[in-house]
Design a protein around this ligand. Structure first.
Ligand SMILES: Cc1cc2nc3c(=O)[nH]c(=O)nc-3n(C[C@H](O)[C@H](O)[C@H](O)COP(=O)(O)OP(=O)(O)OC[C@H]3O[C@@H](n4cnc5c(N)ncnc54)[C@H](O)[C@@H]3O)c2cc1C
Length: 341
């Protein structure tokens, strides 16, 4: 029996746990027990307030070719869900998306445009539509079609899928990773604690990227519109509400809603889409993205135990979770071959 503990029940922990469990069960080669141990679960993880739009964002110096592979894997996974009977329950939607830039140095979607559907540059005439009444004009933009998978729905769906296959769940905060690895009966420990890794591993390369958003009811908005400028606003439709964003304040740990940020969000989004002034405000939300100088996905041996790290997904944890989980599984399989785990 191979005993695996996944620490963390955000999108990355749950995706890693499912990948491992489903792989071994489908192979029928080995008995495996997978347990998710976490302080918090949905609806209280970082992803739960996010719109879950597919798109690499705020990933520090993470290698682009890896980001491409991870995010492509997630796009394929979302495509499978979208085409299955689970799409509604999992909150997976296919949405038109427009990304705009007023900075000539920013090339929208440079390295991932082959992953989404039908990416085309906006013409000058199309840009004009978004430039009406704006002081700072957009100079380039891209339109394409991609997925949203709002974690408030995706996570319960994935948790249900995990438990249905026999996965175990334990509510627990790990305060000392060293002794947990040494003393617990698990053969493999997968660390998916996001921002929690800053404390758990004393990893100073991890930092918060604060994000504040507003949720509104605007049932005529079916298109995601994002301003790629550094302090840009965005509008992303979900199944029951529309997310207006947003901020990305590095090393800011304040989880309270800030009135000044709210003004920036509401005014900025209305300037993109004036009709939003007729939307109904539902609530504001703040989350701390797990930023890192670069995403950490690697394995290390601790005696006869294997410790795999999968954290630091910045503003793209949803976008990357399935691809990263695939690498977690591959690290585990490679280590087992080497050490006969
Ligand atoms: C405003 C906002 C908008 C966003 N929009 C998008 C988007 O549109 N698309 C996208 O791809 N991404 C988006 N993101 C980013 C995305 O939400 C995160 O990257 C992602 O949620 C990180 O997931 P995670 O599983 O790595 O970490 P988390 O979701 O933070 O989960 C960490 C888990 O570890 C647990 N944990 C931590 N420490 C311990 C411990 N010591 N012991 C036990 N358990 C522990 C926590 O309880 C939690 O369950 C957004 C983020 C914000 C804030």
């Amino acid at each position: 029996m191979l005993r695996v503990a996944v620490i963390g029940a955000g999108v990355n922990g749950v995706a890693s746990a499912i990948k491992i469990l489903e792989h071994y069960q489908d192979e029928k080669k080995l008995n495996v027990q997978v347990t998710i141990l976490s302080e918090l679960f949905t609806p209280n993880t970082t992803g739960d307030g996010s719109a879950g739009l597919w798109g690499p964002f705020l990933l520090g110096g993470t290698d682009e070719s890896k980001v491409h592979k991870w995010s492509r894997d997630m796009h394929l996974f979302l495509e499978q869900i979208w085409l299955s009977e689970d799409a509604g329950e999992a909150g997976v939607c296919l949405v038109p998306c427009v990304r705009l830039s007023s900075d000539s140095n920013v090339i929208v979607g440079d390295f991932w445009r082959d992953i989404v559907y039908g990416a085309v540059e906006l013409t000058a005439e199309q840009l004009e539509v978004y430039n009406k009444g704006r002081d700072v004009k957009f100079t380039s933009g891209m339109s394409f079609v991609t997925y949203t998978s709002e974690p408030i729905k995706l996570l319960p769906y994935l948790m249900k899928r995990f438990v249905r296959r026999g996965g175990q769940v334990e509510q627990r905060k790990i305060t000392d990773l060293e002794s947990f690895v040494r003393e617990s009966s698990y053969d493999v420990i997968v660390n998916c604690t996001g921002l929690g890794s800053r404390q758990l591993l004393n990893d100073d390369d991890v930092y918060s990227v604060r994000g504040q958003v507003s949720r509104v009811r605007a049932n005529w908005v079916f298109t995601a519109i994002l301003d790629e400028s550094d302090d840009g606003n965005y509008i992303i439709p979900n199944t029951e509400s529309v997310v207006l964003g947003g901020t990305h304040q590095e090393r800011d740990y304040n989880t309270d809603v800030c009135a000044k940020d709210k003004r920036f969000i509401i005014d900025g989004c209305r300037s993109l889409l004036p009709g939003l002034k007729h939307s109904e405000h539902l609530f504001d939300w703040v989350g701390l993205r797990p930023g890192r100088v670069q995403l950490r996905l690697e394995a290390e041996r601790r005696g006869n135990k294997l410790l795999i790290h999968n954290y630091g997904h910045g503003g793209s944890g949803v976008t990357l979770c399935w691809g990263c989980a695939d690498d977690v599984l591959n690290l585990l399989l490679a280590a087992r071959v080497k050490a006969k785990l």
